[in-house]
Design a protein around this ligand. Sequence first.
Ligand code: FES
Length: 189
Amino acid sequence: MCGCASESEGPTPKPVTPSSFLDNRRSFLGALLGVGSVFVGGLLSVPLIRFALFPLIRRTTEVKRSPVGAASEFSALTEPVMRTIQIEMVDGWRKTVSEKAVYVTTDKNGQLCVLTSVCPHLGCTVPWNKEKNQFICPCHGATFTKDGSRVSGPSLRGMDTLETSVQDGQLLVRFQYFRQLVSNKEAVG
Ligand code: FES
């Protein structure tokens, strides 16, 4: 009896044949192609996902500032002047343009200010009455001074001022709507 382990024990390594080498190569290339496709697909889908989610990510409604006219045009106002402004609203992918009348006037300190023409009572358009030197609402008779302060009538507050700025010599205004039938100015859109 010999007692030594035979060198031929254990699994016999498979011989590498040309066909198994080709199979391995094919499966490696297939895996590489799959990973590459997923990577490229992921990269391409980023802008598409951002495009689809854009209306949800950005602020719901954005109102752009509207030009009223050259600021120098209003440097020597003696009474309110009406201007029709274009209001551009962007809501998601939807853009709407509407028109609204505003008044450029001066406040109690003589500073330029812009009033919305929407009556704070029930929303009628308030005209300037040159003869009476007052704003007089045609619907229920509310009256206001030239700076928009309440004088009489059912409105619980004065006419609403709008945010303004001057850019490149142009007077810009941010149009907003305000809650009606309340004594405090409260923006609603
Ligand atoms: S809507 Fe102007 S007073 Fe009523």
